[in-house]
Design a protein around this ligand. Structure first.
Ligand SMILES: [Zn+2]
Length: 146
């Protein structure tokens, strides 16, 4: 009986610490890296197509910088803006990976299922929390813009 108790406790503790095993993290990391490379190429191509912005393309390597986010808005290019938002999400996901919080829901703190992360490696929340977040978020926007 006592053995079983300590076994369960250990399981729970490990469950909280390691929602994802190393192999799963590696796979998701690879997916993020590949997606990031594809996005950077996209952005560079988009920017090269606009002579005026060739200079700015040199700033692409630092998506964590606030001016980077502003830059994408200034460009007024929907494709680049979308790519940059995703790039930013990837950057944040990789930071969570290095700090060990990757795969934890930002709202409820529970592990995000691997299947969800596989479909969306940048996911910050579990599906119910994300829905909830978007509903709240969108309502806020509607109130501000209409
Ligand atoms: Zn959640």
């Amino acid at each position: 009986m006592r053995e079983k108790e300590s076994f369960d406790a250990q399981q729970n503790q490990e469950g909280m610490m390691d929602n994802l095993n190393q192999q799963q993290i590696n796979r998701l990391n690879t997916a993020l890296v590949q997606r990031e490379q594809a996005l950077r190429e996209d952005i560079r191509r988009e920017m090269d197509a606009q002579d005026d912005y060739v200079q700015l393309a040199s700033e692409v390597p630092d998506p964590g910088d606030q001016s980077f986010a502003n830059l994408s808005v200034d460009l007024g290019n929907a494709a680049v803006t979308r790519d940059m938002h995703e790039l930013r999400a990837i950057e944040l996901a990789r930071r969570r990976m290095s700090s060990g919080t990757y795969g934890e829901c930002a709202s409820c703190g529970y592990p995000i299922p691997f299947e969800r992360l596989q479909a969306m490696p940048t996911a910050e929340r579990c599906a119910p929390c994300q829905e909830n977040f978007e509903r709240t978020h969108n309502e806020g926007h509607r109130g501000a813009t209409m």
